[in-house]
Write a protein that binds this ligand. Sequence first.
Ligand SMILES: NC(=O)CC(=O)C(=O)O
Length: 276
Amino acid sequence: MAASKMRIALIQMAVGETKTTNIKRAVQLIREAAGGGAQLIALPECFNSPYGTKYFPQYAETIPGESTEALGEAAKKFGVFVVGGSVPEKEGDKLYNTCTVWGPQGNMIAKHRKVHMFDINVPGQIMFRESDNLSPGHNFTTVDLPNCKIGIGICYDMRFPEMAHIYSQMGCKLLLYPGAFNMTTGPAHWELLQRGRALDNQVYVAAISPARDPDAEYIAWGHTSVVSPWGEVISTCDEEEAIIYADVDLDYVTKVRQMIPILNQKRNDLYQVTTK
Ligand SMILES: NC(=O)CC(=O)C(=O)O
């Protein structure tokens, strides 16, 4: 594959209640995705645990721990980068929703704690309060791959355009969001947000959901997908377990930015998005 291209695979994994089965399944699917030529493979939010506040304390582990070590071993065995969705992380008396990123040597190269807590109330449809037992992270997380800088957010982080814009200002060309939208917000916002973040920043956006389990307490929307810097959905699936692939093309990012040069046309004299 040309140096300007990178094949990514997103794993829309069926997550169940048994942690060891989830870990085994993730490793099996990483093997399959590596066999499909992927250089970077990403898992969904909470790949080792059902998504839900009652599960977070029960499934939480330190990092490294059982679930994340298995990702490091898989990255090394199959010679790929692994973006490990997320796991409930325990550190001291706090819990976080945390994504780890692993390199082909099996080393952890980044750790992102979900920055924005998913606390919502859509009357009669869904109420969720992550902050009842999770704490937010306080950092932006980027990773320098050999030919592409990537930015990581987790699910609700995708709703905050400033975060994506900060990543694009940092030089990211691909944003990855392991996420688990639901049957209310999924159909309404999942694709729209990805296309918005992609178009605003002229980057690729990949969002990775668990497969839908209609018997779960929190029913995931699915529809894992990749959006191009032109705002087009270039790879997607329905709600069932699946691996989807896309070839991210950095020359195409440059081309889109040359054709419609909004990133150079910003009025920094009138407004700015900056980190603190
Ligand atoms: N689960 C999330 O963090 C976010 C979500 O489902 C939404 O924003 O909608």
